[in-house]
Ligand binder design. Structure first.
Ligand code: HEM
Ligand code: HEM
Length: 510
């Protein structure tokens, strides 16, 4: 057992057989596209936060700002959803995938122009889609609100071009072994166009609409948001800790079990709805079976990090990403519980579901993306994060805000469900009982928005600062506490021993 070397000069220069210079060249190949993805993702995050805050306030003050159609809840809410899911989360995830895959495949990003054009088209789709929703034009299906003729084609084409560039990169790979992050990330680029186009087709009637709607929306969660977020977590935990993932077999069981069971889950959004009971029953059984991939991932992540939790004090990336991994387990267990008929009878149509959804899309996906950006941006800009204090503010505001959000809505949601199911009470009681919890959610939303402003400001500062403004990465631990056992090799296709197991920074171990 030896201590991890402290400087880049001491550090081993291999990453799955790559020299540091080769790895830097791979990062360089996707640099402009990743930067454009991240910057546009941040713009959508700020806009989406604004719309989220307004939507939240409107639940407290229903008569406020209703004189203009575009400011009514029915438009603000879907705009929030679409900006956050397809703007913030998707663009951040696409950026992470474009950065990760060349590293893992040992091949520079191919036909970069396609990817750049793809991101531009994706953004055009978002601007037209959200603009049209504000103007009152939608497809009327949740998660599929953006116009199927004027907006969706841009997203399909844009995503397709990015996917093409990534699959050509895959074809030119110089590795025979595919690390699990590659499975998840490329799987997402195959699955997403299939489900999105299926959901957008103008061929459904009546109740079919609802079934297709939730086939799409649930698979968008599982095969798009979850897949790329897990790809990132599977990369960064071993990478920052400098130890291999606990079990490669377990990670593949997790992948294939997710692929098999998630696709059958969608109808659990319609428990009690007018669908054949076999469809609902199948989805509930498949939800219970989700315990297999969820436990496989949880055990694998836990065993990879066990004994090294202290490293969270020194790595911003690890902090965000480990919280994301924990939130994935939590939201999935909560989801399995919520899919039980008796529980769903209480929680359906209540704020409990919104608490669950934000545990997933924020606690898991958004935190995973923040953590990834803390790692990737210094490597792309060749600059260290200018302020460790801002990183701490960002982390605690995000964690505090989302905890408050979820706790308030979970309690408020259960009380709301109890009141709704009690036929001796007027319906209005189920609304009144939630009011204090909705105010707390508005407060939580403002805290989260502050976290986003801090992060966006910090990224802006970093991008405009002169290169090499710091000599040490933030939270640098002068004498690392991470001591890898001598017999451990680097994670397959991933990890080299870091120069310091505790930095977010690029320069120290490229
Ligand atoms: C085993 C895994 C999971 C199961 C079984 C599950 C189950 C459920 C169920 C039953 C609902 C519907 C609640 C209702 O309407 O009554 C739901 C809603 C939702 N879940 Fe999950 N969930 C899981 C994982 C996740 C993950 C990982 C995310 C985020 C990445 C997520 C995000 C959401 C969202 C956003 C909704 C609300 C959709 C909407 O109404 O717009 N879930 N989930
Ligand atoms: C500033 C932070 C945020 C605030 C204040 C906020 C607020 C809200 C509000 C008020 C709603 C409508 C709830 C309802 O209809 O009862 C909502 C729904 C939603 N938000 Fe957020 N949100 C925030 C962050 C995010 C983020 C970062 C994402 C995605 C990455 C997201 C995704 C969603 C989704 C998918 C829904 C629909 C959920 C469902 O139907 O179950 N939100 N949000």
């Amino acid at each position: 057992m030896g201590r991890i070397p402290m400087s880049t000069a001491d550090a081993p220069v291999h990453d799955g057989g790559l020299t540091r210079a080769e790895r830097a060249a791979l990062d360089e190949s996707g640099r402009p596209v990743v930067l454009v993805c991240f910057v546009s993702a941040l713009v959508w995050l700020l806009l989406g936060s604004l719309f989220g805050d307004v939507a939240s306030l409107k639940m407290n003050l229903p008569d406020w700002a209703n004189q203009w159609g575009w400011l009514t809840f029915g438009r603000i809410r879907p705009v929030h959803l679409n900006m956050m899911i397809y703007g913030w989360a998707s663009l951040a995830m696409i950026g992470v995938a474009i950065w990760l895959l060349p590293r893992l495949l040992h091949a520079p990003l191919q036909v970069r122009g396609l990817a750049v054009a793809g991101i531009a088209l994706w953004n055009i789709g978002l601007v037209t889609g959200n603009g049209l929703i504000l103007a009152g034009r939608t497809n009327g299906m949740e998660w599929l609100e953006m116009d199927r003729y004027l907006s969706a084609p841009w997203l399909v084409l844009g995503g397709g071009l990015v996917g093409l560039s990534l699959f050509i990169t895959m074809a030119r790979r110089r590795v025979s072994h595919l690390y699990v992050s590659v499975w998840y990330a490329l799987g997402a680029f195959l699955w997403f166009p299939l489900i999105y186009v299926t959901g957008m087709l103008p061929i459904y009637h009546g109740v079919e609409h609802a079934a297709v709607n939730w086939f799409y929306a649930h698979n968008a969660l599982g095969f798009w948001l979850t897949a790329i977020s897990l790809a990132a977590i599977y990369y960064f935990i071993p990478k920052v800790l400098g130890r291999p993932v606990f079990s490669y077999q377990l990670s593949l069981i997790g992948f294939w079990a997710l692929a098999f069971f998630y696709s059958l889950n969608g109808m659990h959004h319609l428990i009690g709805g007018p669908l054949p009971s076999w469809m609902i029953a199948t989805s509930i059984v498949a939800s219970l079976m989700m315990i297999i991939p969820v436990l496989a991932v949880a055990v694998n992540h836990h065993m990879t990090i066990v004994g090294r939790f202290a490293a969270l004090r020194y790595s911003p990336t690890l902090r965000f990403v480990v919280i994301a991994a924990m939130a994935y387990t939590a939201v999935s267990l909560q989801g399995i519980f919520t899919a039980l008929v008796k529980v769903n009878r209480l929680t359906h149509f209540t704020h409990w579901t919104i608490g669950h959804s934000h545990t997933g899309v924020y606690g898991f996906v958004t935190m995973a993306m923040f953590g990834s950006m803390y790692y990737i941006l210094p490597r792309l800009t060749k600059r260290e994060w200018p302020s460790d204090r801002l990183i701490r503010w960002h982390f605690w505001l995000a964690l505090g805000g989302i905890t408050l959000y979820v706790v308030a809505l979970s309690i408020g949601g259960v009380l709301q469900g109890l009141a709704m199911n009690d036929t001796s009470q007027p319906f209005s009681n189920s609304v009144i009982v939630t009011m204090p919890y909705l105010w707390v959610r508005t407060l939580a939303g403002l805290i989260l928005t502050t976290a986003h402003l801090v992060f966006a400001y910090h990224v802006g500062w970093m991008l405009t600062a002169a290169p090499q403004t710091r000599l040490l990465p933030p939270w640098h631990e002068p004498w690392p506490i991470i001591v890898p056992p001598a017999d451990e090799g680097p994670a397959p296709g991933v990890a080299s021993w870091p120069a310091s197991g505790c930095s977010s920074s690029g320069r120290w171990r490229s």
